[in-house]
Design a protein around this ligand. Structure first.
Ligand SMILES: Cc1ncc(C[n+]2csc(CCOP(=O)(O)OP(=O)(O)O)c2C)c(N)n1
Ligand SMILES: [Mg+2]
Length: 414
């Protein structure tokens, strides 16, 4: 995709190929599910050169599964994956409504990318560590986090497990081995490698997975992580989620290349490029990477090719910088529609079942919402005490913070 130049500056500053008013004409994919064989889990980085340059798919354009990467996933598991994706989409819609009505301050949806964290977490074991970005909250549904607690976090009320110390959507969940999302993007990538090495040092059967966005992958953190993972053969799965945008910056300003996957090969990491809206392909490549890591052969680098179908966040208006219907032009389609149509195709699902699933999840989300706001919301309170600023961070509060706490109390109680 050729980028236009954004300015008349002597410095080349790429712009997006399509802007509001244009018609997006993405290159249509020619990749077929039968294109790439599944290499042995102990393969070299070079042996994945074609997988990195190409695109691993299991579902065809007609959502029929085939090829070497087509694993025997039970219909029950596929239905569960579909259910979690529907859950995330409906949950996101409800949270956006809460944001728009002033009940919480900020929100970020995973629209169009629901398959990523859900399929990939389902391919892991429960003891594996998750180092997410804000676009992978779906992993928590897979691990069974209570929805009320997720909503309380987004509101930042008394029941928020981090007591409002994080922005909404910056979940942290110890029991699910779901590490705190960091507002400074990209930090999770090198931390994930460190934790992977710790598991290996202790001789534990634990693999670590992390995701970074296309935009964030232009930071040093990404390269430090790949380098350490390659040198020390850490049991980690490092995903770059290329969803075409980093807020209003098009992917062509994150890299001059056209491909993120191949960047792993010079670091000696087997590298795979996968259709990120194909649940079966995502599941399959992640299982491959998990098997490889657990067997002691080291890390895998994966480019997850997808499209951010929604706004970056509740503060963003994408109609200002990209064509309004660009998501509909994405060659990878919609992950929920694709898995649904695959299940219908194999006789394991129906439109009626899908409708009743949506109804069931609608009321599940509504009930969780009603339960969560009982603990307070941003529009109506009650609000958590400002004392929380000073608690649960230091075991012993340092003197200068103690002074500030007293000062705050004086102002508050005056
Ligand atoms: C270190 C740092 N720089 C900038 C920002 C502001 N910021 C937040 S999200 C974002 C875009 C990230 O895009 P990408 O990595 O592609 O992830 P996506 O939102 O597409 O999932 C930016 C620039 C930040 N939070 N942290
Ligand atoms: Mg992005």
């Amino acid at each position: 995709m050729a980028g236009k130049d954004a300015t008349n500056s002597p410095i080349h500053i790429p712009s997006a190929p399509f802007r509001p008013g244009d018609t997006s004409t993405f290159e249509q994919w020619t990749a077929k599910p039968t294109d790439h064989s599944m290499p042995a889990i102990n393969c070299s980085a070079e042996e994945t050169a074609e997988h990195a340059a190409g695109l691993i798919r299991v579902l065809s354009d007609d959502n029929i599964a085939s090829g070497d990467w087509n694993r025997d996933i039970s219909a029950e598991d596929l239905r569960l994956g579909l259910e979690h994706m529907v859950r995330l989409r409906i949950f996101d819609d409800r949270m956006m409504k809460m944001q728009r009505t002033g009940k919480l301050s900020f929100y970020m949806r995973s629209l169009g990318e629901e398959a990523v964290a859900i399929a990939q977490t389902m391919a892991l074991e429960n003891q594996d560590w998750i180092f997410p970005s804000y676009r992978q909250p779906g992993a928590q549904f897979v691990r069974g986090r209570d929805m009320v607690s997720m909503i309380c976090h987004c509101i930042g009320n008394e029941e928020d497990n981090v007591k409002g110390r994080q922005m909404p959507v910056h979940y942290t969940w110890k029991e699910g081995r779901f590490i705190s999302i960091s507002s400074p993007v990209g930090t999770q990538f090198s931390q994930a490698v460190g934790v992977g090495l710790a598991s290996q040092y202790k001789g534990l059967d634990e693999v670590t997975i992390s995701w970074i966005g296309d935009g964030s992958s232009s930071q040093g953190d990404y390269h430090y992580a790949l380098n350490f993972a390659g040198v020390f053969k850490a049991p980690v799965i490092l995903n770059t989620v290329n969803n075409q945008w980093a807020i209003s910056s098009h992917v062509n300003i994150a890299t001059a290349g056209k491909n993120f996957a191949i960047r792993g090969i010079p670091y000696d990491l087997p590298s795979l490029r996968v259709d990120g809206n194909d649940f079966l392909a995502l599941y399959s490549v992640t299982k491959w990477a998990r098997d490889r890591a657990a067997a002691g052969f080291g890390a895998t680098h994966i480019e997850v090719l997808t499209y951010r179908a929604g706004a970056h966040s509740s503060s963003d208006d994408p109609t200002r910088y990209r064509p309004q219907d660009e998501a509909q032009c994405w060659p990878g389609g919609d992950p929920i529609e694709r898995l649904k149509s695959h299940l219908i195709e194999i006789g394991e699902w129906s439109d009626e079942q899908h409708d009743s699933l949506e109804e069931k999840i609608d009321s599940e989300v509504m009930n969780a919402y009603k339960e969560a706001v009982k603990f307070g919301d941003l529009a109506n309170g009650p609000y958590p005490s400002s004392d929380h600023i000073f608690t649960e961070v230091y075991e012993t509060v340092p003197w200068h913070l103690e002074e500030q706490r007293k000062e705050m109390k004086r102002w508050r109680d005056a």
